[in-house]
Design a binder for this molecule. Structure first.
Ligand SMILES: C[S@@+](CC[C@H](N)C(=O)[O-])C[C@H]1O[C@@H](n2cnc3c(N)ncnc32)[C@H](O)[C@@H]1O
Length: 200
């Protein structure tokens, strides 16, 4: 099964869950500035897109999962939905005040990850904010399944587990505000993450 097939129908029969705490914490910073537009990368069924939209932000939600994008379209007509692969995003330069990526940038090899982060730098408006959360090498799933690269493991689908250094290296074009390790229960597992906030 390729990676997009794994996600294709994933969101159809799941109830919509409340917004992630990462989105709520991001909003605490977003609301202190006069930001109007936000790109939710790998939005899934849009639990965080809907949260930001309800706060009055113009949200564009992007995912390559048909079930996620269709479910979101049926629930909220104010959000612009884009059915696209993160690797192929072709949005305008300086076009978003905020880019938000919750668990959607830890699927790619080093070269692709570097290209994606550079493209996000191009898309973010000067003075804008980017929020990224990825699984970390301390996560219980790191080391499980088939090893497919440095810190990359395939179990169902491929995950690229981040270190603080790897996040920092990929954000080299941005001005980093914070990169930190966190842990919390995610889908019943105690999970470990790297979270980053940066500006352009
Ligand atoms: C763990 S889910 C997170 C969904 C959502 N951000 C949330 O927190 O509820 C990862 C999402 O990333 C999407 N995704 C993974 N690889 C992608 C790619 N190459 N292009 C677009 N979306 C991708 C999947 O379809 C899935 O919806």
């Amino acid at each position: 099964m390729n990676e997009s097939n794994y996600w294709k129908n994933k969101w159809s029969d799941r109830p919509l869950e409340p917004a992630n705490n990462f989105a709520k914490r991001a909003y605490e910073l977003i609301k202190t500035r006069s930001y109007k537009s936000l790109l939710d990368l790998g939005c899934g069924d849009g639990r965080d897109s809907i949260y930001f939209s309800n706060k009055g932000i113009k949200v564009t939600a992007l995912d390559f999962s048909e079930s996620g994008i269709n479910k979101l379209k049926n629930q909220n007509s104010k959000i612009d939905c884009i059915f696209e692969d993160i690797k192929n995003i072709n949005l305008g330069e300086n076009s978003f005040d905020v880019i938000y990526a919750h668990l959607s940038l830890h699927y790619f090899d080093d070269e692709t990850t570097g290209k994606i982060f550079d493209n996000l730098f191009r898309i973010l408006r000067k003075g804008g904010l980017i929020f990224i959360k990825c699984k970390s090498v301390d996560d219980v799933l790191c080391g499980q399944g088939e090893k497919v690269g440095e810190n990359m493991w395939k179990k169902g689908y491929t995950r690229h587990f981040f270190t603080k250094e790897y996040m920092t290296e990929n954000l080299k074009k941005f001005k980093i505000i914070k990169v930190r390790k966190t842990s919390s229960i995610y889908h019943e597992y105690k999970s470990a993450f790297i979270e980053a906030v940066a500006t352009k």
